[in-house]
Design a protein around this ligand. Sequence first.
Ligand code: NAD
Length: 246
Amino acid sequence: MATAIITGASQGIGACIAKRLAKDGFDVVINYYPSESSKEKALAVAAECEAFGVKTLCIGADVSKFDQCEAMVKQTKAEFGTIDVLVNNAGITKDTLLARMKEEDYDAVIAVNQKSIYNMLKHTCAVMMKQRHGRIVNISSVAGLYGNPGQVNYSASKAAIIGMTKTVAKEFGSRNITCNAVAPGLIRTPMTDVLSDELKAKMLSAVALGRYGEPEEVASVVSFLASEDSSYITGQVIEISGGLSM
Ligand code: NAD
């Protein structure tokens, strides 16, 4: 059985990806931020995944911390033997205009959204290299492609993910490891629930399909990129935005 790690999988897009990959037949590692409430949610996601007949492992780890990522990868390898798919999904926002943005809010977003990718890649690629097989999918954002007022920290982190994706694709291609990114637009999750109605309406007016995306619509693209059907695709960024900013 193949194994997939999904970071930040206790809710939102990550939870949906975990369930989709479980449906696809992967044993899934559901990473959650180490807190009681996230653990409870992760266990509920695990129960839904197990309904597809796969094994699950819930691991509490703050992905901004190098040693916690190392421990998560080691535990996964010990439990399941292989790591076939890594989905770097965990992310946060701390939005405000640059003029008002505090240094700690800039640093926090970079640590969770960007440094975490290094932390996870560093340890997972070592395992995938030995296997001579791996699929990596990084969750970027349209903010990383086009920028977004109030998100200088977030868009910096998401643009960096695109550079990292292309570099890893080049470094590990000869080892049969693919690395791609997806750039979702406005997806209905707890992260976007908190946006003001005014901002939601403004953003929706630029979406050709005229509606929010659903987490399942991100998960289906990740499922494809995690599968053998995408074996000749690497270093790419696939926008899932309903035609935003065309
Ligand atoms: P969400 O807030 O519902 O989920 C984010 C998850 O990351 C949560 O489970 C949270 O606990 C986890 N997390 C946060 N910090 C963590 C840490 N330090 N260690 C481990 N886990 C941590 O948001 P979402 O909308 O589901 O976002 C998922 C990903 O998709 C993020 O990377 C986000 O930037 C990206 N994204 C979302 C949208 C959108 O419209 N919702 C658009 C583009 C990109």
